[in-house]
Design a protein around this ligand. Structure first.
Ligand code: FAQ
Length: 318
């Protein structure tokens, strides 16, 4: 336990680094609240990437062509990889991946609200890539400048891959909008269902975001929930209009003076219901994760045994 004098000295050095835009690295001293904040956010982020594989996985067997199937499988695999980078980066804070997964299964750790919605048609795969990855990128580009080194470096790599995903989704939406009347209807229906949940991904408004103040002070977050939400809307409305999709918000209006879009009220009741576990697919998502985790036990056992044998052989050779 630090005594008071040591604590204050360490805190001053920590704050100096944050102020000077130097990254905090795993072996550096950090306040416990900073560590706990990152453990919460990074593990939730990792869980989101992995749970996010499920809604898309629903369409692998029904992709409309071999090309689209191959692209979708590659994208889902990328998301699994993002989960792995993030779990590894989060483990540098002193918590094991087994523990993160245990917290998820016990309902103590969250994952993004967006993955509790169902994928009802192929257009939903377009909407996920375009809107969900699009929203994720806006948030993650900002997180590339986060103050914790391993998180920041993971974000740089993840963002490069997410931009492919966003384009893959937009390509599906373009193709459908250039297709038959039924395909255009399907694309608009997906837009109607995914637009609002995508805006919710950025979290509650700045006034209702309990974690933001501390996150901004320590430069874990570089921009507020509302600011990022605005950026996403600004970036996306033109893309929707360009291919003839209507944003399902009658209150959406360009505000010349503020240089942003004013938009309608988000249904925060729905958001809180979903993050409390009462969204359309929460139960199914968690059950699927628990089941595949249990079924994968033999793979983890084999890997552990392989490592043990490798160590033994090494010892014998010395
Ligand atoms: N869903 O005080 P704040 C992706 C919770 S990756 C669920 O504002 P904070 C890639 C929040 O945890 C998507 N819960 O919290 C992909 C807190 O509860 P807690 C994931 C949410 O942390 C694409 C409470 O509400 N990205 O999509 C949500 O400052 C396609 C109060 O909120 C990240 O995780 C939500 N949407 O800000 C994969 C980015 N929003 O923990 C597959 C990293 C808020 O105190 C397919 N995370 N809550 O019990 C962040 O930037 C932040 O954590 C926020 C929330 C912005 C999500």
């Amino acid at each position: 336990m630090d005594n008071n004098e040591d604590y204050n000295k360490n805190l001053l050095e920590f704050e100096r680094k944050i102020e000077a835009e130097e990254k905090i690295e795993p072996r550096d001293w950090m306040p416990d609240e900073y560590r706990q904040h990152l453990i919460r956010q990074m593990s939730q982020h990792a869980h989101s990437e992995v749970i996010g594989m499920q809604p898309e996985g629903n369409w692998v067997n029904r992709a409309p062509s071999l090309r689209s199937k191959k692209i979708l499988i590659a994208k889902i695999q990328d998301e699994g990889g993002h989960g792995l980078y993030l779990y590894s980066a989060a483990e540098t804070l002193g918590v094991s991946r087994d523990q993160f997964v245990k917290w998820l299964h016990e309902g103590k750790a969250k994952y993004s609200s967006i993955f509790n919605y169902p994928t009802l048609s192929w257009a939903d795969i377009g909407a996920i890539g375009w809107l969900v990855d699009g929203a994720a990128i806006v948030n993650q580009v900002s997180l590339c400048r986060t103050s914790y080194g391993p998180y920041s470096r993971a974000m740089v790599r993840i963002c490069k891959e997410e931009s492919f995903h966003q384009r893959q989704g937009y390509e599906i939406m373009c193709d459908m909008m250039n297709g038959t009347e039924d395909q255009r209807k399907m694309a608009q229906d997906a837009m109607n269902r995914w637009w609002w949940p995508s805006l919710m991904m950025f979290g509650p408004t700045d006034n209702d975001s309990p974690n933001s103040q501390r996150a901004m002070k320590w430069k874990i977050k570089r921009e507020s929930n509302d600011k990022l939400r605005q950026k996403f809307i600004y970036k996306t409305v033109g893309q929707a209009e360009f291919i003839g999709l209507t944003v399902p918000d009658p209150d959406l209006n360009w505000n010349e003076e503020a240089q942003h879009y004013d938009f309608g009220e988000i249904d925060w009741n729905e958001f809180y219901e979903v993050i409390k576990g009462r969204g359309p697919c929460n139960k199914q998502r968690l059950e699927t994760h628990i089941k595949s985790h249990q079924e994968g036990e033999w793979v983890r056992d084999t890997a552990r045994e392989y490592n043990r044998l490798k160590q033994e052989v090494k010892k014998e050779l010395v």
